[in-house]
Design a protein around this ligand. Structure first.
Ligand code: NAD
Ligand code: UGA
Length: 484
């Protein structure tokens, strides 16, 4: 795992430290736990995965995330302690953050069984008033279900409050996002619990964290600290779902425009630039490609859609967002098929396995879905990813037709084409001559628009991308759009 050159000196102290328990040490729980310690709080992080906890206790970081190894090393056994013992974490804590998974259930609704299990376990070991904080992404009214669950286990109302504090971090930039958030949303239904959350986030919202010379640099500062938004619990729960659904919609929108652009030989990169410069639209999340993946957008759009349906609200826009996203992968597969004429027996180099760059996460990765389809079509695949090979080996079928290469050029050796599936920076600066020499045929099908078509043509490639005219190596014919 790559180490950043940033130096990591002694920890900072919060003005009014809070003892916090974080339950779940995944992408969100682990980052939150380490960042709360970085903000000067005392943190106990509980996970029921013994292997993971043992790893963390040794200072080993189970995920690929910039700054995390160094920050964990800085706070381990000082600010943050890892344990499998729930009572050890809960007893001293004033606030208990629930950061377990909320995967998609079979109906599209979020599966809240991990949340319910944790709440039941917390109820068994309560030893005084605590604020339970929903950090996991949950549907509206989960705060009420948690309250009901606590009551069912005999915990009286005066012993707890529930607060919704959704997390907006992105994988790959999680530490920076957590310490320099666009906003912190706290949904609390009374002042007592809102005040505790105010105290927890005070180093960021009052700026004392940024005033320290050793603070992680980023967009927030002592003079422009993070913004706190206090709402009702229901509003906060909806803010999270609505934010993810909106970002997913932006991606589907630009992908639909890209498909239109292709039919009239326009260029989606120019179109996105021209649209994004309008400050009301903004340039971010306007990158056309294979469609969104990951452990959050797909499941959160489905869960939000389910919530609307349950409430009898017509929000069919969300169905279209999903349909466009699903089609995007079909269209890309069709492009590969079209560029190669037939697929069975061909060899393809797949650059990218993670659902996006700067992470080893392959959950709901478009790259994995595409590789599965290629394998099913009788293609042999040589795949490379800078961080996600191990994770991909756990989800892709073991097969003679699938190999993992040491670098992009080894993957391309003797291949009929290269497909670019993840937007890693490394894939945007390949040695094109070397790549061309390695390939059997100089064909690149780019699902992330990492190259200018004119540059690829100049390097002798047939280059097919998203929402831009394809260019053809002089020896290659122009394929039909829909192969017969
Ligand atoms: P994850 O699967 O990486 O981690 C969940 C952790 O919870 C695992 O380590 C698991 O062992 C642990 N766990 C499960 N049940 C437990 C129990 N009973 N006691 C103790 N530990 C238990 O999940 P994640 O990606 O961190 O996501 C967690 C939540 O945060 C989800 O609701 C997700 O939608 C939301 N979220 C995720 C991201 C992200 O980028 N991954 C960003 C914002 C919000
Ligand atoms: C997303 C949100 O950005 C976070 O704010 C949120 O906290 C998180 O989900 C969550 O709730 O879990 P993340 O899934 O880590 O974060 O990654 P993104 O950077 O949002 O990318 C999601 C997917 O969209 C990736 O597959 C990426 O390749 C794709 N994408 C993103 C595009 O296709 N085009 C874009 O312009 C941006």
């Amino acid at each position: 795992m790559s180490q950043s050159p940033v130096s990591y000196p002694a920890p900072s102290r919060a003005l009014s430290p809070v003892t916090i328990c974080v339950i779940g040490s995944g992408y969100v729980g682990l980052v939150a736990a380490v960042c709360f310690a970085e903000m000067g709080h005392r943190v106990f992080c509980v996970d029921n995965n013994e292997t993971k906890v043992a790893q963390l206790q040794r200072g080993e970081v189970p995920i690929f995330e910039e700054h995390l190894p160094q920050m964990l090393a800085r706070h381990l056994n000082g600010g943050v302690t890892f344990t499998t013992d729930l009572a050890e974490g809960i007893h001293p804590a004033e606030a208990v953050f629930i950061a377990v998974g909320t995967p998609q259930g079979s109906s599209g609704a979020a599966d809240l069984s991990y949340v319910e299990a944790v709440v039941s376990q917390i109820a068994q070991v309560m030893n005084g008033y605590k604020v339970l904080v929903e950090k996991s992404t949950v549907p509206v009214y989960t705060n009420e279900w948690i309250t009901r669950c606590m009551h069912r286990h005999g915990v009286p109302s005066d012993q707890f409050d529930i607060v919704s504090n959704p997390e907006f971090l992105r994988e790959g930039t999680a530490i920076g996002d957590f310490l320099h958030p666009d906003r912190i949303v706290v949904g609390a239904n009374n002042d007592r619990s809102a005040d505790l959350l105010r105290r927890i986030y005070a180093p960021l919202t009052e700026g004392s964290y940024y005033a320290q010379p050793e603070a992680l640099p980023g967009p927030c500062s002592a003079t422009q600290p993070a913004t706190l938004v206090i709402t009702s619990a229901q509003s906060a729960e909806i803010i999270k779902h609505a934010s993810n659904a909106f970002l997913a919609m932006k991606i589907s929108f630009i992908n639909a425009v890209a498909n239109l652009a292709e039919t009239v030989d326009a260029n989606i990169e120019d179109i996105a630039l021209g649209m994004g410069l309008d400050t009301r639209i903004g340039p971010r999340f306007l990158r056309a490609g294979l469609g969104y993946g990951g452990s959050c957008f797909p499941k959160d759009v489905a869960a939000f859609s389910w919530v609307a349906e349950q409430q009898g609200v017509d929000f069919s826009l969300l169905n279209e967002v999903r349909a466009i996203n699903d089609r995007q992968l079909d269209l890309f597969f069709e492009k590969i098929h079209s560029a190669l004429w037939t697929l069975r027996g061909k060899k393809i180099a797949a650059l990218g396995l993670a659902f996006k760059s700067d992470t080893d996460d392959t959950r709901d990765s478009p790259a994995i879905a595409l590789i599965r389809r290629l394998l099913d079509a009788g293609v042999s695949v040589a795949a490379f990813d800078p961080a996600a090979i191990e994770s991909a080996q756990g989800v892709l079928p073991a097969s003679d037709a699938l190999t993992f290469a040491a670098d992009p050029y080894a993957a391309a050796e003797g291949a009929d084409a290269v497909v670019i599936l993840t937007e890693w920076k490394q894939f945007a600066s390949l040695d094109l001559q070397r790549l061309n020499r390695a390939l059997k045929f100089p064909i690149v099908i780019d699902g992330r628009n990492l190259y200018a078509p004119s540059i690829m043509r100049d390097h002798g490639f047939t280059y097919v991308s998203i929402g831009r005219p394809a260019v053809y190596a002089s020896t290659q014919g122009r394929p039909r759009r829909n192969p017969l």
